[in-house]
Design a protein around this ligand. Structure first.
Ligand code: ZN
Ligand code: ZN
Length: 613
């Protein structure tokens, strides 16, 4: 097989590298220099131009190179480096082939850059050829070349080859080699192997720690990532921005306020500069952990904010039901000359929906498309359908869905079904409900909603029919979980969970709560009409929904006077919503639940969502 990179190759299939600057190129400020200017001066300029932060344009570097009389290896390496960092890294390879063709010798500095180009462009066959050149010219014991090879194979997802290079000469590797392996395994989802590499490392630097932290996050192991971060701080290791942002976003995702605050405290203690990225991550973390006031405080104090910080604040205000404040913020956002993104509009439309501002919602939706050229996505439609549904404009919502540019998803119909139930629209509800049962026959939430609509209209026969249908189709609830943070630990519960070390106490507590609520006159919600008809298991399961276990545990361990904060992945069901309201009243506690779509602040027998979610 002829190699397209071999020096003898000048095949038509491999694009020849054009070293002559194109006539349209505007030449550099140096173009007035005579052609024969010092080779070394130009070479050094070229070398500088390949380094950040003065990373210059490819054209500039090429024009410099072109003016060098008889370029040597040093100058050629600099150009290879520039081209490797350019948006089109394959040019680097073409130049490498050219370099060899005209007989400029390569050295150990040539290969790391060429391999970088192969990694960046995921150029597997080319990189393998480079590997053979490395062996052929005897550079395979050079540390930087080996690291380049390890990185290249990782970038091309060939971890086996990467590992072979890594293990090849154990005495020729440094912390970079180990770090690359960690990143490679973590990206491939082999987090346990990455962990092993991390544990086996003779020495670790900040990159090792943050790579492992990021690795845990990207593999969904948020708790482990946070634990590692805590260790990093305890060991007084230097942290970098990437690690801080990653841990903050992990805290936000899980709604772990204690951890998030710990990260914030660490940032202050370390006197780490409040960069734009960290600022936005903090705003997002506090908003997603249910502390919208703190989020606002951080936001207002930020010396500089980018669109991400604005979006985080805007969406934060909206999910907490502070529609008016969110819209005021949006006005300031545009006044300050920012350009809204699709996320901005999710926040804006959400805010309109929470504040019941139908006209404003319609206007913003239209303006998003017309003035900002943003194509509405499912989330935008979701907000606007929610807005119209809440306001009772269900027919308008149906029309909107029917004219959508993308295929409506079941969640959207589900939102509408909720609106039908709320406004007692039996006929429309039944037609949407039937459609949903066809689309997602295994989703028991739809059956419950539809049965609720029949129940509201006192059509008990139909309730029964739906009940039977649900049993026959064997619906399965998608795995719901709830998290609660207590004394520095994260406790995760799934429905009917018996794994917790204090499980016995939790179930006893739950029983006690049930009795106290009963005495206080707690009436089961409408959906339990479904569960009343036989099927003991179902009642059982509902009683042990994950958030109830978390609430019971919260009552046991969270000090009186502090809110019980729970994060769950799915929407709160009607029964649990009612249950939470009653617990808040009877036990005089504040319960803050972040469910799949919004926050519920339960206090004094009421919820901030006003029973619409
Ligand atoms: Zn529930
Ligand atoms: Zn609520």
């Amino acid at each position: 097989m002829r190699s397209s990179l071999s020096s003898s190759s000048s095949s038509a299939s491999s694009p020849s590298f054009n070293l002559k600057p194109s006539p349209t190129l505007s030449l550099s400020p140096l173009s007035h220099l005579p052609h024969s200017t010092h080779r070394s001066t130009l070479s050094h300029l070229l070398s500088l131009s390949s380094l950040p932060p003065s990373l210059s344009s490819t054209h500039y570097s090429l024009s410099l190179f072109h003016q060098i009389n008889r370029p040597n290896t040093f100058a050629s390496n600099s150009l290879i480096r520039c081209l490797a960092k350019s948006p089109n890294p394959s040019h680097s390879l073409h130049f490498y082939a050219h370099m060899r063709r005209i007989g400029i010798p390569t050295n150990n500095f040539t290969y790391p850059f060429v391999l970088q180009a192969c990694s960046k462009g995921s150029l597997m066959p080319e990189g393998v050829q480079i590997h053979t050149h490395v062996l052929k010219f005897g550079f395979d014991r050079d540390l930087y070349v080996r690291n380049g090879l390890i990185g290249f194979y990782c970038a091309c997802s060939d971890l086996g080859s990467s590992r072979r290079v890594f293990d090849g000469y154990p005495f020729v590797r440094d912390v970079v080699s180990w770090n690359v392996m960690i990143v490679g395994y973590a990206r491939a989802g082999e987090i346990c192997v990455a962990e092993k590499v991390f544990d086996d490392m003779p020495e670790r630097d900040v990159v090792s720690w943050s790579s492992m932290i990021v690795g845990y996050v990207s593999n969904g192991m948020l708790e482990k990532s946070l634990k590692l971060f805590r260790q990093m701080i305890d060991k007084r290791l230097a942290v970098n921005e990437a690690a801080l942002v990653t841990v903050l976003s992990a805290s936000a995702q899980l709604g772990l306020l204690d951890y998030g605050s710990f990260v914030h405290e660490s940032i202050k203690k370390l006197k780490f500069p409040l960069t734009i990225n960290i600022g936005a991550a903090l705003v997002d973390m506090y908003a997603k952990c249910g502390c919208v006031e703190l989020s606002r405080q951080v936001f207002d104090d930020l010396p500089k904010k980018d669109v991400f910080a604005w979006n985080a604040m805007l969406c934060g205000l909206a999910t907490h039901g502070l529609g008016k404040e969110a819209l005021d913020l949006f006005e300031r956002f545009t006044e300050e000359g920012f350009h809204p993104t699709n996320v901005t509009f999710v926040g804006v439309l959400n805010a309109c929906s929470r504040a019941g501002l139908v006209n404003e919602g319609r206007q913003h939706f239209n303006s998003m498309i017309r003035d900002y050229g943003i194509e509405p996505e499912m989330e935008h439609y979701g907000c606007i359908v929610d807005l119209l549904g809440r306001a009772g404009l269900v027919n308008e919502a149906v029309k909107l869905i029917e004219n959508m540019s993308i295929k409506p998803d079941p969640v959207l119909w589900g939102t509408l079904l909720g609106a039908c139930k709320m406004h007692g629209l039996v006929e429309l509800g039944v037609s949407i409900g039937s459609k949903l049962l066809e689309l997602e026959p295994a989703h028991d939430g739809h059956y419950v909603l539809l049965a609720g609509i029949y129940a509201k209209a006192k059509k008990w026969d139909d309730v029964l029919k739906i009940r039977k249908l649900m049993a026959n189709r064997g619906t399965n609830k998608s795995a719901g979980w709830s998290l609660i943070e207590a004394h520095g630990n994260v406790h995760k519960f799934v429905a009917g969970d018996k794994d917790h070390e204090r499980s016995l106490e939790i179930y006893k507590k739950l029983e006690m709560i049930g009795l106290r609520l009963e005495n206080a006159g707690y009436l089961p919600g409408i959906s339990s009409v479904l569960h009343d008809i036989g099927d003991e298991d179902k009642i059982h399961v509902i009683k042990e929904h994950s958030e109830r276990l978390a609430i019971a545990f919260g009552l046991m361990v969270i000090q009186v006077g502090y809110p019980i904060r729970i994060v769950k992945n799915l929407r709160v069901c009607v029964d649990c919503h009612e249950f939470s309201k009653m617990v808040a009243k009877v036990f005089d506690r504040e319960i803050i639940v972040r469910d799949g779509s919004r926050f519920h602040h339960f206090k004094d027998g009421r919820c901030s969502c006003l029973d619409y979610w």
